[in-house]
Design a protein around this ligand. Structure first.
Ligand code: GLC
Ligand code: CA
Length: 534
Protein backbone atom coordinates (compact mmCIF):
# COMPACT_ATOMS: atom_id res chain seq x y z
CA UNK A 1 0.00 0.00 0.00
CA UNK A 2 1.34 3.46 -0.86
CA UNK A 3 2.68 5.36 2.15
CA UNK A 4 0.42 8.35 1.56
CA UNK A 5 -2.69 6.18 1.81
CA UNK A 6 -1.77 4.88 5.24
CA UNK A 7 0.01 7.92 6.62
CA UNK A 8 -1.29 10.90 8.54
CA UNK A 9 -0.38 14.40 7.34
CA UNK A 10 0.12 17.43 9.55
CA UNK A 11 -0.18 20.91 8.09
CA UNK A 12 2.25 23.55 9.30
CA UNK A 13 1.64 27.25 8.75
CA UNK A 14 5.31 28.17 9.10
CA UNK A 15 4.84 31.78 10.23
CA UNK A 16 2.99 30.52 13.28
CA UNK A 17 4.65 27.28 14.29
CA UNK A 18 7.89 28.12 16.06
CA UNK A 19 10.14 31.16 15.94
CA UNK A 20 13.81 30.25 16.40
CA UNK A 21 15.38 33.72 16.20
CA UNK A 22 13.10 36.04 18.15
CA UNK A 23 11.62 38.14 15.36
CA UNK A 24 8.07 37.07 16.15
CA UNK A 25 7.68 35.01 12.98
CA UNK A 26 7.98 31.24 12.77
CA UNK A 27 10.73 29.77 10.60
CA UNK A 28 12.29 26.58 9.21
CA UNK A 29 14.78 26.18 12.07
CA UNK A 30 11.84 26.46 14.44
CA UNK A 31 10.17 23.51 12.71
CA UNK A 32 13.42 21.55 12.89
CA UNK A 33 13.63 22.17 16.66
CA UNK A 34 10.22 20.57 17.04
CA UNK A 35 10.65 17.43 14.95
CA UNK A 36 10.75 15.20 18.02
CA UNK A 37 7.26 16.43 18.81
CA UNK A 38 6.01 14.76 15.63
CA UNK A 39 7.82 11.52 16.40
CA UNK A 40 6.29 11.55 19.87
CA UNK A 41 2.83 12.25 18.43
CA UNK A 42 3.08 9.74 15.57
CA UNK A 43 2.87 11.93 12.47
CA UNK A 44 4.02 10.49 9.11
CA UNK A 45 4.29 13.55 6.89
CA UNK A 46 4.37 17.31 7.14
CA UNK A 47 2.85 19.70 4.64
CA UNK A 48 4.54 23.05 5.06
CA UNK A 49 2.75 26.09 3.61
CA UNK A 50 4.90 28.28 1.29
CA UNK A 51 8.24 29.47 2.68
CA UNK A 52 9.68 30.70 -0.64
CA UNK A 53 10.83 34.22 -1.43
CA UNK A 54 7.80 36.44 -1.26
CA UNK A 55 6.72 40.04 -0.61
CA UNK A 56 4.18 38.41 1.78
CA UNK A 57 1.11 40.18 0.49
CA UNK A 58 -0.66 36.83 0.87
CA UNK A 59 1.91 35.50 3.36
CA UNK A 60 3.85 33.33 0.98
CA UNK A 61 1.13 32.51 -1.54
CA UNK A 62 2.61 35.33 -3.64
CA UNK A 63 5.98 33.89 -4.66
CA UNK A 64 8.79 35.92 -6.18
CA UNK A 65 11.31 33.06 -6.46
CA UNK A 66 10.16 29.44 -6.64
CA UNK A 67 13.56 27.99 -5.87
CA UNK A 68 14.74 29.98 -2.89
CA UNK A 69 13.71 30.37 0.74
CA UNK A 70 12.50 33.73 2.01
CA UNK A 71 15.00 35.17 4.53
CA UNK A 72 12.16 35.47 7.06
CA UNK A 73 12.00 31.67 7.12
CA UNK A 74 15.74 30.96 6.79
CA UNK A 75 17.70 29.77 3.78
CA UNK A 76 18.04 26.78 1.51
CA UNK A 77 20.55 25.09 3.82
CA UNK A 78 18.07 25.39 6.68
CA UNK A 79 15.50 23.63 4.53
CA UNK A 80 17.95 20.89 3.60
CA UNK A 81 18.81 20.41 7.27
CA UNK A 82 15.11 20.22 8.13
CA UNK A 83 14.49 17.64 5.41
CA UNK A 84 17.49 15.58 6.47
CA UNK A 85 16.49 15.56 10.14
CA UNK A 86 12.88 14.76 9.27
CA UNK A 87 13.92 11.83 7.08
CA UNK A 88 16.11 10.49 9.88
CA UNK A 89 12.91 10.25 11.91
CA UNK A 90 10.91 8.69 9.05
CA UNK A 91 8.88 11.85 8.64
CA UNK A 92 8.26 12.99 5.07
CA UNK A 93 7.94 16.56 3.96
CA UNK A 94 5.80 17.95 1.20
CA UNK A 95 5.97 21.54 0.08
CA UNK A 96 3.32 23.90 -1.21
CA UNK A 97 3.67 24.92 -4.87
CA UNK A 98 1.73 27.95 -6.03
CA UNK A 99 1.63 27.62 -9.80
CA UNK A 100 -1.59 29.42 -10.61
CA UNK A 101 0.04 32.81 -10.04
CA UNK A 102 3.22 34.51 -8.88
CA UNK A 103 3.90 37.70 -6.98
CA UNK A 104 3.83 40.90 -9.04
CA UNK A 105 7.44 41.28 -7.83
CA UNK A 106 8.54 38.04 -9.49
CA UNK A 107 11.22 38.85 -12.11
CA UNK A 108 9.04 37.01 -14.65
CA UNK A 109 6.20 39.46 -14.13
CA UNK A 110 8.48 42.48 -14.04
CA UNK A 111 9.88 41.46 -17.41
CA UNK A 112 6.48 40.48 -18.76
CA UNK A 113 4.96 43.87 -18.03
CA UNK A 114 7.96 45.83 -19.35
CA UNK A 115 6.70 45.65 -22.95
CA UNK A 116 4.43 43.72 -25.27
CA UNK A 117 7.30 41.97 -26.97
CA UNK A 118 9.81 40.69 -24.41
CA UNK A 119 10.68 37.01 -24.00
CA UNK A 120 8.12 36.64 -21.18
CA UNK A 121 5.45 38.95 -22.54
CA UNK A 122 3.06 36.03 -22.87
CA UNK A 123 3.80 34.33 -19.51
CA UNK A 124 0.84 36.04 -17.84
CA UNK A 125 -2.73 36.64 -18.93
CA UNK A 126 -2.62 40.01 -20.65
CA UNK A 127 -5.60 41.30 -22.61
CA UNK A 128 -6.37 44.54 -24.40
CA UNK A 129 -9.45 46.44 -23.28
CA UNK A 130 -12.77 46.03 -25.01
CA UNK A 131 -13.65 48.84 -27.40
CA UNK A 132 -15.36 50.72 -24.56
CA UNK A 133 -12.19 50.45 -22.43
CA UNK A 134 -13.56 47.79 -20.07
CA UNK A 135 -11.70 44.63 -19.04
CA UNK A 136 -12.25 41.53 -21.23
CA UNK A 137 -14.77 40.00 -18.83
CA UNK A 138 -16.44 40.76 -15.51
CA UNK A 139 -14.65 38.29 -13.25
CA UNK A 140 -14.22 39.44 -9.67
CA UNK A 141 -11.03 39.15 -7.65
CA UNK A 142 -11.55 36.60 -4.89
CA UNK A 143 -9.85 38.80 -2.31
CA UNK A 144 -11.76 42.00 -2.91
CA UNK A 145 -14.49 41.30 -0.35
CA UNK A 146 -17.66 43.38 -0.42
CA UNK A 147 -16.12 45.70 -2.94
CA UNK A 148 -16.27 43.00 -5.61
CA UNK A 149 -13.45 44.53 -7.62
CA UNK A 150 -12.49 43.37 -11.05
CA UNK A 151 -10.01 40.52 -11.39
CA UNK A 152 -8.33 42.64 -14.10
CA UNK A 153 -5.85 45.39 -13.31
CA UNK A 154 -4.80 47.98 -15.84
CA UNK A 155 -1.13 48.40 -16.66
CA UNK A 156 -0.30 51.83 -17.99
CA UNK A 157 2.90 50.71 -19.63
CA UNK A 158 1.50 47.88 -21.76
CA UNK A 159 -1.87 49.61 -22.01
CA UNK A 160 -3.39 46.24 -21.23
CA UNK A 161 -5.10 44.45 -18.37
CA UNK A 162 -3.64 41.46 -16.53
CA UNK A 163 -5.72 38.83 -14.77
CA UNK A 164 -5.49 38.04 -11.05
CA UNK A 165 -8.04 35.68 -9.54
CA UNK A 166 -6.69 36.58 -6.11
CA UNK A 167 -5.06 39.89 -5.02
CA UNK A 168 -3.82 42.29 -7.70
CA UNK A 169 -0.30 41.50 -6.43
CA UNK A 170 -0.87 37.87 -7.54
CA UNK A 171 -0.97 37.92 -11.36
CA UNK A 172 -2.14 34.64 -12.92
CA UNK A 173 0.29 32.68 -15.04
CA UNK A 174 -0.42 31.72 -18.63
CA UNK A 175 -0.08 27.93 -18.73
CA UNK A 176 -0.65 27.99 -22.50
CA UNK A 177 2.88 29.32 -22.91
CA UNK A 178 5.47 26.61 -23.42
CA UNK A 179 8.35 28.61 -21.95
CA UNK A 180 6.36 29.20 -18.79
CA UNK A 181 5.51 25.53 -18.52
CA UNK A 182 9.16 24.58 -18.85
CA UNK A 183 10.11 27.01 -16.08
CA UNK A 184 7.46 25.52 -13.79
CA UNK A 185 8.67 21.96 -14.40
CA UNK A 186 12.24 23.12 -13.75
CA UNK A 187 11.21 24.41 -10.35
CA UNK A 188 9.52 21.11 -9.53
CA UNK A 189 12.67 19.29 -10.56
CA UNK A 190 14.73 21.55 -8.32
CA UNK A 191 12.82 20.49 -5.20
CA UNK A 192 12.46 16.84 -6.16
CA UNK A 193 16.23 16.64 -6.68
CA UNK A 194 16.74 18.07 -3.20
CA UNK A 195 14.56 15.25 -1.92
CA UNK A 196 11.13 16.62 -0.98
CA UNK A 197 8.53 13.87 -0.79
CA UNK A 198 5.89 15.61 -2.82
CA UNK A 199 3.88 18.71 -3.48
CA UNK A 200 0.65 20.32 -2.53
CA UNK A 201 -0.54 22.15 -5.66
CA UNK A 202 -2.26 25.39 -4.77
CA UNK A 203 -5.36 26.40 -6.75
CA UNK A 204 -4.68 23.58 -9.22
CA UNK A 205 -8.15 23.56 -10.73
CA UNK A 206 -7.60 27.08 -12.04
CA UNK A 207 -4.42 26.56 -14.11
CA UNK A 208 -6.12 26.94 -17.49
CA UNK A 209 -8.94 29.41 -17.93
CA UNK A 210 -11.46 30.23 -20.58
CA UNK A 211 -11.36 34.00 -20.52
CA UNK A 212 -13.09 35.01 -23.70
CA UNK A 213 -16.87 35.30 -23.58
CA UNK A 214 -17.02 33.83 -20.11
CA UNK A 215 -19.20 36.39 -18.44
CA UNK A 216 -20.71 36.06 -14.98
CA UNK A 217 -24.42 35.72 -15.48
CA UNK A 218 -27.25 36.96 -13.35
CA UNK A 219 -27.12 38.83 -10.09
CA UNK A 220 -24.87 36.42 -8.25
CA UNK A 221 -21.51 38.11 -8.36
CA UNK A 222 -20.04 36.21 -5.50
CA UNK A 223 -18.12 38.21 -2.97
CA UNK A 224 -16.40 35.62 -0.90
CA UNK A 225 -13.82 33.05 -1.73
CA UNK A 226 -15.77 30.38 0.08
CA UNK A 227 -19.34 31.05 -0.94
CA UNK A 228 -18.59 31.35 -4.58
CA UNK A 229 -19.65 29.15 -7.41
CA UNK A 230 -16.52 29.62 -9.33
CA UNK A 231 -16.61 27.13 -12.14
CA UNK A 232 -18.77 29.01 -14.48
CA UNK A 233 -16.39 31.94 -14.33
CA UNK A 234 -13.02 30.32 -14.55
CA UNK A 235 -13.78 27.22 -16.48
CA UNK A 236 -15.33 26.56 -19.74
CA UNK A 237 -16.27 22.90 -19.42
CA UNK A 238 -15.57 22.22 -23.08
CA UNK A 239 -12.16 23.81 -23.40
CA UNK A 240 -10.38 24.86 -20.21
CA UNK A 241 -11.04 21.88 -18.03
CA UNK A 242 -9.60 19.15 -20.24
CA UNK A 243 -6.45 21.23 -20.62
CA UNK A 244 -5.99 21.51 -16.89
CA UNK A 245 -6.56 17.80 -16.48
CA UNK A 246 -4.08 16.94 -19.24
CA UNK A 247 -1.55 19.15 -17.51
CA UNK A 248 -2.13 17.31 -14.24
CA UNK A 249 -1.39 14.08 -16.10
CA UNK A 250 1.89 15.55 -17.34
CA UNK A 251 2.79 16.63 -13.83
CA UNK A 252 2.02 13.17 -12.54
CA UNK A 253 4.14 11.48 -15.21
CA UNK A 254 6.97 13.80 -14.34
CA UNK A 255 6.69 13.10 -10.62
CA UNK A 256 6.49 9.37 -11.23
CA UNK A 257 9.98 9.50 -12.69
CA UNK A 258 11.00 9.81 -9.01
CA UNK A 259 10.12 7.04 -6.54
CA UNK A 260 7.44 7.44 -3.86
CA UNK A 261 6.42 11.05 -4.39
CA UNK A 262 2.94 12.26 -3.57
CA UNK A 263 0.93 14.87 -5.45
CA UNK A 264 -1.92 16.57 -3.64
CA UNK A 265 -4.22 18.99 -5.38
CA UNK A 266 -6.14 21.88 -3.94
CA UNK A 267 -9.02 21.74 -6.36
CA UNK A 268 -12.15 23.60 -5.51
CA UNK A 269 -15.54 24.26 -6.92
CA UNK A 270 -19.20 23.69 -6.31
CA UNK A 271 -18.81 20.41 -8.11
CA UNK A 272 -17.20 19.04 -4.95
CA UNK A 273 -16.89 15.31 -5.19
CA UNK A 274 -17.09 15.13 -8.98
CA UNK A 275 -14.19 17.48 -9.26
CA UNK A 276 -12.13 15.57 -6.71
CA UNK A 277 -12.68 12.37 -8.60
CA UNK A 278 -11.83 13.96 -11.94
CA UNK A 279 -8.55 15.15 -10.53
CA UNK A 280 -7.57 11.91 -8.78
CA UNK A 281 -8.49 9.05 -11.06
CA UNK A 282 -5.40 6.99 -11.99
CA UNK A 283 -2.70 8.99 -13.71
CA UNK A 284 -3.69 12.31 -12.14
CA UNK A 285 -3.10 13.62 -8.60
CA UNK A 286 -2.79 11.05 -5.83
CA UNK A 287 -5.05 13.02 -3.51
CA UNK A 288 -7.40 15.98 -3.68
CA UNK A 289 -8.15 17.80 -0.44
CA UNK A 290 -11.70 17.09 0.62
CA UNK A 291 -12.53 20.71 1.31
CA UNK A 292 -16.17 19.98 0.55
CA UNK A 293 -16.26 17.90 3.74
CA UNK A 294 -14.66 20.67 5.75
CA UNK A 295 -17.05 23.29 4.45
CA UNK A 296 -20.24 21.27 4.84
CA UNK A 297 -19.43 19.71 8.20
CA UNK A 298 -21.97 20.42 10.95
CA UNK A 299 -22.78 19.05 14.38
CA UNK A 300 -25.16 16.54 12.92
CA UNK A 301 -24.67 12.80 12.59
CA UNK A 302 -27.00 12.43 9.59
CA UNK A 303 -25.26 15.18 7.67
CA UNK A 304 -21.80 13.80 8.37
CA UNK A 305 -22.95 10.36 7.33
CA UNK A 306 -24.36 11.72 4.09
CA UNK A 307 -21.11 13.52 3.32
CA UNK A 308 -18.78 10.63 4.05
CA UNK A 309 -20.92 7.77 2.80
CA UNK A 310 -21.61 9.45 -0.52
CA UNK A 311 -17.93 10.16 -0.98
CA UNK A 312 -16.88 6.65 -0.01
CA UNK A 313 -19.30 4.95 -2.40
CA UNK A 314 -18.53 7.39 -5.17
CA UNK A 315 -14.78 6.97 -4.88
CA UNK A 316 -14.92 3.23 -4.25
CA UNK A 317 -11.81 1.78 -5.81
CA UNK A 318 -11.62 4.50 -8.47
CA UNK A 319 -9.59 6.93 -6.39
CA UNK A 320 -8.38 7.45 -2.85
CA UNK A 321 -10.39 9.76 -0.57
CA UNK A 322 -9.07 12.30 1.92
CA UNK A 323 -10.52 14.07 4.93
CA UNK A 324 -9.89 17.59 6.13
CA UNK A 325 -11.53 19.29 9.11
CA UNK A 326 -9.43 22.45 9.22
CA UNK A 327 -6.85 24.46 7.32
CA UNK A 328 -5.34 27.94 7.07
CA UNK A 329 -8.23 29.24 4.99
CA UNK A 330 -11.03 28.37 7.40
CA UNK A 331 -12.13 28.74 11.00
CA UNK A 332 -10.87 26.15 13.44
CA UNK A 333 -13.00 23.05 13.80
CA UNK A 334 -13.73 23.51 17.51
CA UNK A 335 -14.85 27.12 17.02
CA UNK A 336 -17.06 26.16 14.12
CA UNK A 337 -18.65 23.20 15.87
CA UNK A 338 -18.87 24.34 19.49
CA UNK A 339 -18.57 28.12 19.19
CA UNK A 340 -22.28 28.79 19.60
CA UNK A 341 -23.06 25.88 21.88
CA UNK A 342 -22.37 27.31 25.37
CA UNK A 343 -20.37 24.33 26.52
CA UNK A 344 -17.74 24.29 29.24
CA UNK A 345 -14.07 23.48 28.87
CA UNK A 346 -14.52 19.77 29.61
CA UNK A 347 -17.18 19.48 26.92
CA UNK A 348 -15.01 21.35 24.46
CA UNK A 349 -12.30 18.79 25.05
CA UNK A 350 -14.78 16.00 24.35
CA UNK A 351 -15.91 17.72 21.16
CA UNK A 352 -12.33 18.13 19.96
CA UNK A 353 -11.78 14.44 20.60
CA UNK A 354 -15.06 13.53 18.91
CA UNK A 355 -13.99 15.24 15.69
CA UNK A 356 -10.48 13.84 16.00
CA UNK A 357 -11.98 10.36 16.11
CA UNK A 358 -14.00 11.14 13.00
CA UNK A 359 -11.05 12.55 11.08
CA UNK A 360 -8.71 9.70 11.97
CA UNK A 361 -11.07 6.77 11.46
CA UNK A 362 -12.90 7.56 8.22
CA UNK A 363 -11.53 5.74 5.17
CA UNK A 364 -9.05 8.09 3.52
CA UNK A 365 -5.93 10.11 4.18
CA UNK A 366 -6.41 12.56 7.09
CA UNK A 367 -4.89 16.04 7.30
CA UNK A 368 -4.44 17.55 10.76
CA UNK A 369 -4.13 21.34 10.88
CA UNK A 370 -1.52 22.51 13.40
CA UNK A 371 -2.92 23.11 16.87
CA UNK A 372 -6.06 21.03 16.33
CA UNK A 373 -4.32 18.28 18.31
CA UNK A 374 -4.41 20.66 21.30
CA UNK A 375 -7.98 21.83 20.84
CA UNK A 376 -6.91 25.30 19.75
CA UNK A 377 -9.70 27.76 18.97
CA UNK A 378 -10.07 30.82 16.77
CA UNK A 379 -8.44 33.91 18.22
CA UNK A 380 -10.14 37.30 18.18
CA UNK A 381 -8.09 39.73 16.09
CA UNK A 382 -8.59 43.45 16.74
CA UNK A 383 -8.85 45.62 13.65
CA UNK A 384 -5.36 47.11 13.94
CA UNK A 385 -3.83 43.62 13.95
CA UNK A 386 -5.60 42.18 10.92
CA UNK A 387 -2.93 40.84 8.57
CA UNK A 388 -4.79 38.74 6.00
CA UNK A 389 -5.38 40.69 2.77
CA UNK A 390 -8.75 39.07 2.38
CA UNK A 391 -9.54 39.76 6.06
CA UNK A 392 -8.85 43.44 5.47
CA UNK A 393 -11.40 43.49 2.68
CA UNK A 394 -13.95 41.59 4.74
CA UNK A 395 -13.70 43.64 7.92
CA UNK A 396 -15.65 43.63 10.31
CA UNK A 397 -16.19 40.01 9.33
CA UNK A 398 -13.17 37.94 10.33
CA UNK A 399 -10.84 36.78 7.56
CA UNK A 400 -8.35 33.98 7.95
CA UNK A 401 -6.13 35.34 10.75
CA UNK A 402 -8.14 33.82 13.65
CA UNK A 403 -7.04 30.30 12.73
CA UNK A 404 -3.43 31.31 11.94
CA UNK A 405 -2.30 32.45 15.39
CA UNK A 406 0.85 31.13 17.12
CA UNK A 407 1.14 27.49 18.09
CA UNK A 408 0.64 27.10 21.83
CA UNK A 409 3.70 25.33 23.19
CA UNK A 410 3.36 26.45 26.83
CA UNK A 411 1.50 28.94 29.02
CA UNK A 412 4.12 31.73 28.93
CA UNK A 413 3.40 35.20 27.56
CA UNK A 414 3.99 34.30 23.91
CA UNK A 415 3.04 30.65 24.42
CA UNK A 416 6.59 29.39 23.90
CA UNK A 417 6.26 30.30 20.24
CA UNK A 418 8.66 33.24 20.41
CA UNK A 419 10.51 35.48 22.88
CA UNK A 420 9.19 38.48 21.03
CA UNK A 421 5.71 39.84 20.24
CA UNK A 422 4.38 37.45 17.57
CA UNK A 423 3.05 38.65 14.22
CA UNK A 424 -0.48 37.65 15.29
CA UNK A 425 -1.77 37.64 18.89
CA UNK A 426 -1.63 34.47 21.00
CA UNK A 427 -4.96 33.04 22.15
CA UNK A 428 -5.72 33.68 25.83
CA UNK A 429 -6.60 30.04 26.30
CA UNK A 430 -2.89 29.18 26.05
CA UNK A 431 -3.01 28.82 29.84
CA UNK A 432 -4.96 25.56 29.50
CA UNK A 433 -4.48 24.69 25.87
CA UNK A 434 -0.79 24.10 25.30
CA UNK A 435 1.63 21.29 24.48
CA UNK A 436 3.52 21.30 27.78
CA UNK A 437 0.44 21.05 29.96
CA UNK A 438 -1.32 18.58 27.72
CA UNK A 439 1.64 16.25 27.44
CA UNK A 440 1.46 15.80 31.21
CA UNK A 441 -2.28 15.27 31.32
CA UNK A 442 -3.40 11.78 30.32
CA UNK A 443 -6.89 13.09 29.54
CA UNK A 444 -5.81 15.94 27.32
CA UNK A 445 -6.84 16.38 23.71
CA UNK A 446 -3.18 15.98 22.78
CA UNK A 447 -2.78 12.61 24.46
CA UNK A 448 -6.03 11.51 22.86
CA UNK A 449 -4.63 12.31 19.40
CA UNK A 450 -1.44 10.46 20.25
CA UNK A 451 -3.39 7.40 21.33
CA UNK A 452 -5.62 7.54 18.27
CA UNK A 453 -2.62 7.80 15.98
CA UNK A 454 -1.16 4.79 17.74
CA UNK A 455 -4.45 2.93 17.17
CA UNK A 456 -4.16 3.64 13.47
CA UNK A 457 -0.67 2.15 13.53
CA UNK A 458 -1.86 -0.93 15.41
CA UNK A 459 -5.00 -1.61 13.40
CA UNK A 460 -4.58 -2.03 9.70
CA UNK A 461 -8.38 -1.88 9.42
CA UNK A 462 -8.36 1.76 10.48
CA UNK A 463 -5.87 2.66 7.78
CA UNK A 464 -6.96 0.67 4.80
CA UNK A 465 -10.02 -1.38 5.73
CA UNK A 466 -13.35 -0.97 3.99
CA UNK A 467 -16.01 1.23 5.55
CA UNK A 468 -19.67 0.44 6.14
CA UNK A 469 -22.21 2.64 7.87
CA UNK A 470 -24.60 1.23 10.48
CA UNK A 471 -28.17 2.29 11.23
CA UNK A 472 -28.38 2.81 14.97
CA UNK A 473 -29.87 6.12 16.05
CA UNK A 474 -30.31 9.49 14.38
CA UNK A 475 -27.95 11.23 16.77
CA UNK A 476 -25.28 8.59 16.46
CA UNK A 477 -22.85 8.16 13.64
CA UNK A 478 -21.70 4.57 13.47
CA UNK A 479 -19.53 2.76 10.96
CA UNK A 480 -17.39 -0.34 10.74
CA UNK A 481 -13.89 -0.59 9.35
CA UNK A 482 -13.18 -4.10 8.12
CA UNK A 483 -9.73 -5.51 7.56
CA UNK A 484 -7.58 -7.86 9.62
CA UNK A 485 -10.16 -7.32 12.34
CA UNK A 486 -13.37 -5.31 12.53
CA UNK A 487 -13.54 -2.04 14.42
CA UNK A 488 -16.77 -0.15 14.95
CA UNK A 489 -16.69 3.57 15.52
CA UNK A 490 -19.65 5.15 17.31
CA UNK A 491 -19.91 8.91 17.71
CA UNK A 492 -22.58 10.68 19.73
CA UNK A 493 -23.38 14.08 18.27
CA UNK A 494 -25.95 14.92 20.93
CA UNK A 495 -25.76 16.20 24.48
CA UNK A 496 -27.81 13.29 25.81
CA UNK A 497 -26.95 9.66 26.58
CA UNK A 498 -28.15 6.91 24.24
CA UNK A 499 -28.56 3.21 24.77
CA UNK A 500 -26.57 0.99 22.46
CA UNK A 501 -28.24 -1.97 20.82
CA UNK A 502 -25.86 -4.78 21.68
CA UNK A 503 -27.28 -6.96 18.92
CA UNK A 504 -25.78 -4.58 16.44
CA UNK A 505 -22.69 -3.55 18.38
CA UNK A 506 -20.98 -6.08 20.54
CA UNK A 507 -17.33 -6.38 21.30
CA UNK A 508 -14.74 -4.73 23.43
CA UNK A 509 -14.39 -0.97 23.81
CA UNK A 510 -10.77 -0.17 23.06
CA UNK A 511 -11.02 3.59 23.20
CA UNK A 512 -13.34 6.37 24.37
CA UNK A 513 -13.03 10.12 24.77
CA UNK A 514 -14.25 9.76 28.36
CA UNK A 515 -11.47 8.91 30.81
CA UNK A 516 -13.54 6.16 32.42
CA UNK A 517 -15.16 3.67 30.14
CA UNK A 518 -16.60 0.22 30.51
CA UNK A 519 -15.46 -2.72 28.43
CA UNK A 520 -18.83 -3.70 27.04
CA UNK A 521 -20.86 -1.14 25.12
CA UNK A 522 -24.19 -0.46 26.87
CA UNK A 523 -24.73 3.22 26.56
CA UNK A 524 -22.97 6.13 24.92
CA UNK A 525 -22.73 9.42 26.82
CA UNK A 526 -23.02 13.05 25.56
CA UNK A 527 -20.43 13.77 22.84
CA UNK A 528 -18.82 10.40 23.49
CA UNK A 529 -16.76 8.60 20.86
CA UNK A 530 -16.16 4.87 21.05
CA UNK A 531 -13.90 2.47 19.21
CA UNK A 532 -15.17 -1.07 19.57
CA UNK A 533 -13.17 -4.12 18.54
CA UNK A 534 -15.78 -6.52 17.27
C1 GLC B 1 -5.21 28.83 -1.87
C2 GLC B 1 -4.54 28.93 -0.51
C3 GLC B 1 -4.83 30.28 0.07
C4 GLC B 1 -4.24 31.32 -0.84
C5 GLC B 1 -4.79 31.16 -2.26
C6 GLC B 1 -4.02 31.99 -3.23
O1 GLC B 1 -6.58 28.87 -1.78
O2 GLC B 1 -4.95 27.87 0.32
O3 GLC B 1 -4.30 30.41 1.36
O4 GLC B 1 -4.54 32.60 -0.36
O5 GLC B 1 -4.72 29.83 -2.71
O6 GLC B 1 -2.76 31.44 -3.45
CA1 CA C 1 11.81 33.86 13.07
Amino acid sequence: MEWWKEGVFYQIYPRSFKDSNGDGIGDLNGIREKLDYFSWLGIDALWICPFFKSPMVDFGYDISDYTDVDPIFGNLDDFKALLHEAHKRNIRIIIDQVYNHTSDKHPWFIESKSSRNNSKSDWYLWRSPKSNGEPPNNWVSLFSGEKAESAWTWDENRKQYYLHLFAKEQPDLNWQNEGLRRAIYDSMKFWLDIGVDGFRFDAASHFYKAIENNIIKGPQIKKSLFESSRDEYYWDPFTARPQTLLEIENIRRFMDSYPEKVSIGEVSSDMGLCLYLMFTIPGRFNIAFNIDFLEKLSFDAANIRALSETLDKFFGTRAWPSYVTGNHDNRRILSRMAGEMHVDFEDKKKISKLFATLLLTLRGTPFIYYGEELGMEDTYIPRDRVMDPWGKALWPKPGRDPSRTPMQWDSSKFSGFSDFEPWLPVNENKVDVNVEKEMNDPNSVLNFYKKLLQMRKNYESLRTGSMEFLDIDNDLLAYKRDGDITIAIVLNFSNGSKLIDTNKLSGKIVMSNYPDHVLKPKEIRPFESLLIEM
